[in-house]
Design a protein around this ligand. Sequence first.
Ligand code: NDP
Ligand code: ZN
Length: 353
Amino acid sequence: MKGFAMKRIGEVGWVEKDAPKCGPLDAICRPIALAPCTSDIHTVYEGALGEREDMILGHEAVGEIVEVGELVNDFKVGDKVLVPAITPDWGALESQRGFAMHSGGMLSGWKFSNFKDGVFGELFHVNEADANLALLPEGMDPATGTMLSDMVPTGFHGAEMAEVTYGEDVLVVGIGPVGLMAVAGSALKGAARILAVGTRPNCIEVAKEYGATDIISYKEGPIEEQVMSLTRGKGVDKVILAGGGLETFKTGVKVIKPGGIISNINYLGSGENIEIPRVEWGVGMGHIKIVGGLMPAGRMRTERLANLIMAGRLDPSKLLTHRFEGMESLDKALDLMHRKPVDLIKPVITIKY
Ligand code: NDP
Ligand code: ZN
């Protein structure tokens, strides 16, 4: 079969591979909708995970099942399924501890386009199908469904880790598709003001639709000064980091109130150490928490997030600015993700058979 792969750091292209094999608990799918991710860009062009040779890329997909293992109970050939980017081993000790995304070791629940071939192939393999897949709800556009692989669960996890609650003021740094879902998640969890940092006009417009109350440009002076001026020197209750670099942690500590939480969902693709400003961190006694996390996955969570869309409470299709048809468009879509033209939020590809 054919797949669109990372050939080595800095180079992508089509490769030929053997079709994946189905274990007793697993499923083999063919893609019906795919989306590239900024994480694919960190992986290929920054070499953020280290060298990978001819690894098929991609971890955002809606698929159709073409084969199931003999121990799979709840899915059958022909089912259309939501495929989470993270597909843990649910029996691992890390999973029993509540951190299935790290099943088997740090970040090891992230298998697609990391430890094994991703979803940008004519076929792809899903481990533990009963626990990891969810049915595509009747009536949901598969293109919208791809946003349930990663963008919705990651952005919402930003709001979860920040423990956003009613009436709080939240700063969301970065309003690409991930940050936009953090804005939407914070709004659903009851945030009062949501200050959102970004400059692309499409992203700003959509951020407002998802609940951002104030927009900050990191190009017009330090973020912390703008936050302090907008909040009359008080700062914010919570910070979600979904863009920018290592320096955003410093910004977060400078604007957060005592007892606040800084929640990072950004993939820190380069740099060494993160600096924490000593004084603003309450000289070590400010009860300011800093937490970062890979998205949680699993069938139940994916079904719940899908319920929000079906109930009309969340519309991630606003993220889909560029639509393509056919797998052969994968290189164009990934290139868009690399270049990030000003009108881009997220490209998506649908595939007909
Ligand atoms: P985008 O590149 O689309 O968005 C990044 C955002 O950050 C933009 O709004 C951009 O503003 C803003 N930004 C850029 N530079 C700065 C700066 N110096 N200070 C403040 N803001 C800045 O990325 P995505 O939304 O696609 O992804 C965000 C991150 O999340 C990526 O690192 C991605 O790899 C990661 N990720 C993490 C996952 C997880 O499980 N934790 C899963 C999926 C992705 P502008 O409007 O000017 O472009
Ligand atoms: Zn992704």
